[in-house]
Write a protein that binds this ligand. Structure first.
Ligand code: GRF
Length: 192
């Protein structure tokens, strides 16, 4: 069972998943492995890390395409070369077309840095602090056509502490993301 991970940035969730896959020997336990890491941004720091791990990496720069449909079609073609059981969005900062999402129905997962359905979209930590929330968190969910919706697989909750700024809250949430994302993926793979 191949896993393809899509990133646009630091890739800390990707790292957590790759490490979990190695340590927990997903290959033996789940028959799964991270087959490739793809990015729409050539300069994504996570790509260099993946390369250094000896993982297959590919860049599909979105600027080269006339429209979202064309980019998604090219991305889909690259992904499908790995015949993935699961496609993992890990900080992949692109809105995906309904056709792309439908193609991977039930095997496309995302992590979002809020307790969905609260605070979908961007700047979640700023907005949670501004709203006076006492708790924040992260959500792993199956991807459906509408942004940041779709069946919830896992959530983690963290407190928002007095004096927190977005960076402090982001770090607290991210450390939980790194726990729940590999766990949710393993759970999903065990049912495939
Ligand atoms: C995370 O906060 C994730 O929830 C969101 O994008 C960020 C990606 O961080 N979707 P990283 O690239 O995994 O470090």
């Amino acid at each position: 069972k191949n896993i393809v991970i899509l990133i646009s940035g630091a890739g800390s969730n990707m790292q957590a998943i790759v490490r979990a896959a190695q340590q927990e020997r997903w290959e033996q336990r789940l028959g799964a492995r991270v087959a490739a890491v793809l990015s729409n941004r050539p300069e994504a720091p996570g790509l260099a890390w993946a390369r250094a791990q000896g993982l297959a990496t590919e860049v599909i720069a979105h600027q080269g395409f006339a429209c979202r449909e064309d980019f998604d079609a090219a991305l889909q073609a690259r992904i499908d070369r790995y015949a993935p059981a699961l496609v993992v969005l890990a900080g992949f900062m692109r809105i995906l077309t309904p056709g792309f999402v439908a193609h991977y129905a039930g095997r496309l997962v995302n992590i979002h840095p809020s307790l969905l359905p609260a605070f979908s979209g961007l700047n979640t930590h700023e907005r949670a602090i501004a709203a006076g929330c006492k708790f924040a968190g992260a959500t792993v969910h199956l991807v459906t056509a509408e942004l940041d919706t779709g069946p919830i697989l896992e959530q983690a909750v963290v407190p928002i502490l007095p004096g927190d700024d977005a960076a402090a809250l982001c770090a607290r949430v991210l450390s939980q993301e790194h726990l729940i994302y590999p766990r949710a993926i393993a759970q999903l793979l065990s049912k495939m």
